[in-house]
Design a protein around this ligand. Structure first.
Ligand SMILES: Cc1cc2nc3c(=O)[nH]c(=O)nc-3n(C[C@H](O)[C@H](O)[C@H](O)COP(=O)(O)O)c2cc1C
Length: 373
């Protein structure tokens, strides 16, 4: 029998009640970088798998002070942050939900005002991102601002970044009681910057060839898998997205190679953003064959679940799972405005739209006040 969006699935060490996943969504409501009770309410509203998500992926969660690129995003490197996240995971587990933590280092997509000692953000190469970040002024008013010019990371700093990913993974699973972690290697942030030649012009063994550009992502993935067990690790990729000013002229061989290497690591899932994140599912200048990517992974022995994202609606999501295009589908904007998205899909609607003005920052409005059926 063909699987449906509502068929359960074993994903690594996790037993999921459905194929409907809540995509990672930065909401800038963690004042001072510490998760709070309002966030616990927000995640809990979406966590009951019979009405909401079979799996929640947390908002991007910086692994270190250097990994921060936006105001009021929740980290996972201080004791207060771990304690804050514990209330979130407890609230999710109380209604039978599952939640993994998205581990994030923004690299060059940051601003000096957000960095330790107001230093320049770090990157593979000293190339500024054509991107904006989100700052909050002394009066609490938020605004989008151009990112600062980055400095190139020294080779001797890279083991420290690998270590920070592994330490944050341990904090997530062993201390804050997340069910697992997702390595954020998408959307033009640090690992994606190392992968793609538009941001990586290094001449050492972390730049140049495809093998070299994949090195940091694979080192991070191995270290995180060693830290928490490979069945609790997923990874997010975005082969062609132009998000945050990232570009790669030849994405297909790069990502085919990367997933072949990931195949042997035994991860719980691979999460692929198809097209431009939050935009068109096809990028005209960067054609990409996602079926070939999945085939490269499975032919190399990859057994993890295949998760897809970007612009799916209930109809296309059902088709994706029934046709075998994917095992799991993640929804972003739909989960902001519909905490009970699964129930609405089951009933064929009604679907309710999103208030763009309250997406980033603010309080309860547009965050925990979206009505359920
Ligand atoms: C408000 C907002 C915040 C987002 N934050 C993140 C994030 O923290 N990490 C990430 O990988 N993607 C993030 N994304 C991208 C979404 O996960 C998703 O890829 C995108 O919204 C496309 O999926 P959709 O068409 O189902 O909304 C964000 C998107 C939105 C709209």
């Amino acid at each position: 029998m063909k699987p449906s969006l509502f068929s359960p699935l074993r994903v690594g060490a996790l037993s999921l009640a459905s194929r409907i996943v809540m995509a990672p969504l930065t909401r800038n409501r963690a004042l001072g970088g510490i998760p709070n009770a309002m966030m616990a309410t927000y995640y809990k509203q979406r966590a009951d798998p019979s009405r909401g998500a079979g799996l929640i992926i947390s908002e991007g969660t910086p692994i270190s002070p250097q990994g921060v690129g936006y105001a009021d995003v929740p980290g996972l490197y201080r004791i207060e942050q771990i304690d804050g996240w514990k209330q979130v995971t407890q609230a999710v587990h109380a209604v039978g939900g599952k939640i993994v933590c998205q581990l994030w280092h923004v690299g060059r997509v940051s601003h000096e005002l957000l960095q330790p000692n107001q230093a320049a953000p770090v990157a593979p190469s000293a190339i500024r991102a054509e991107a904006r970040t989100y700052l909050v002024d002394a009066h609490g008013k938020g605004a989008f601002t151009a990112t600062s010019a980055p400095r190139a990371l020294h080779r001797y700093e890279l083991p420290g970044i690998v270590h920070d990913f592994a330490a944050a993974a341990r904090n997530a699973v062993q201390s804050a009681r997340f069910d697992g972690v997702e390595i954020h290697a998408a959307n033009g942030y640090l690992l994606d910057q190392f992968l793609k030649s538009g941001a990586n012009q290094r001449t050492d063994d972390y730049g140049g060839s495809i093998e070299n550009r994949c090195r940091l992502t694979l080192e991070v993935t191995r270290a995180v898998a060693d830290a928490v067990g490979r069945g609790r690790v997923g990874i997010r990729l975005s082969p062609v997205t132009p998000a945050n000013g990232i570009d790669e002229a030849k994405p297909q061989p790069l990502f085919d190679h990367l997933v072949r290497e990931l195949a042997s690591l035994g991860l719980a899932y691979v999460h692929v953003i198809e097209g431009a994140t939050g935009g068109p599912r096809k990028v005209a200048s960067r054609p990409f064959d996602y079926a070939a990517l999945k085939a490269a992974y499975t032919q190399a022995g990859g057994r993890g679940a295949w998760m897809v994202n970007n612009g799916y609606d209930p109809t296309t999501a059902k088709q994706a799972v029934a046709s075998g295009h994917a095992d799991l589908v993640s929804f972003g904007k739909a989960f902001i405005s519909m905490p009970d998205l699964a129930q609405r899909i089951r009933h064929g609607g009604p679907y309710q739209g999103l208030d763009q003005a309250t997406m980033y920052g603010g309080g309860e409005q547009g965050y925990i006040d979206y009505p359920t059926l």
